[in-house]
Design a protein around this ligand. Sequence first.
Ligand code: LRH
Ligand code: MN
Length: 424
Amino acid sequence: MQLEKYKIQSHNEDVLAGHQRKLAYTLSEVENAENIIQKLVDFQIAIPSWALGTGGTRFGRFSGGGEPRSLEEKIEDVGLLHSLNQASGAISLHIPWDIPQNAQAIKVLAAQHGLKFDAVNSNTFQDQPNQAHSYKFGSLQNVNKAIRKQAIDHNIEVIKQGIELGSESLTVWLSDGSCFPGQLNFRKAYQNTLESLEEIYAALPDNWKLFLEYKCAEPNFYSTTVGDWGQSYSYVKKLGDKAFTLVDLGHHLPNANIEQIVSLLLMEGKLGGFHFNDSKYGDDDLTAGALKPYQLFLIFNELVEGMDARGMNHATDLGWMIDASHNVKDPLEDLLQSVEAIMTAYAQALFVDKKALEIAQEENDVVRCQEILQNAFRTDVRALVAEARLRAGGALNPIALYRNLKVRENLIQERGLKAVSTGL
Ligand code: LRH
Ligand code: MN
């Protein structure tokens, strides 16, 4: 479903007065507002191709209808998101869930929607039909050399797919691990995985990056072979300058201090990017900022501080991606909310008075430190995020327009209630 520009313009005219009132007040409160708005305009978040349909759990899946039935329809849906918020200008594909039949045609279609291809994701956590060897006991860690070779070849094939689409990074998430004590020799599993990653790394074009995503548990429930940031860091440090650690917010043990992990990986120059989502218990893959907006703000506070300390470009030097699964929300509304929460946390982090914070930290003035951070977190920056959208040609209130235009109803009309999209 294509969204005509005039429909966005008439929506903006309807709500402009209210927006301008809020913006005027915010501009009076936030002295570096112009700089923040420009940074927000430049900031793009990649949408996962596997999260455009209804997700589910082993207990059930309740489809909402109108789901994309092909990669082409997935690109249309991300294109629609991007036309609404002008902040979703990239799609991250998962292979083999989204193998382009004709890469050039897909590339042209994406460009027509103003979309680029972010990281491509390999998949050695499921067995594909007619696959020679099973990944039941792991892929790159597997005790069987032929199974490791099969997994290595798949990753190299995914790089080839990505090159054709103009992607410049490969995300490797390994479900590899063990479910019971004694099942696995941890050292051999590590060494098999490292040797396998070295072969994949050797196949990377010069301008590419490899993102190694860690996860504490699931689907293995005793050990995971890339189980935390330290393990991922030890692999990427050994692999070389094109290898980095990817932080999925839902992949940590309870109460892990993710903002500290982010700060240290940045300091080491080994932070590659993010899979944004939120969670209360496990890898719940809920809407970003829905449960822990203060943690998301603290993560962006470390990102802005750490990236500025290294002179990094906020918009382009890290991989900004969402990884979520929608069990009860409309997938497109859920993704619009995630992008809004991420942009809001970023804007609040840009508003932190860093000079004052540094002085308070040097003086061990703990109370002042918290006052400075929470002043930024409690400042309503939503008008700045909306203004950035307006200047970029997006909708002031994307979800309101999405609903006013009955997008989901139209998609159900077009694609039917039973349409099921590939992915989780
Ligand atoms: C694993 C993960 C990984 C993806 C998958 C869809 O939990 O976060 O990033 O490959 O979800
Ligand atoms: Mn992930």
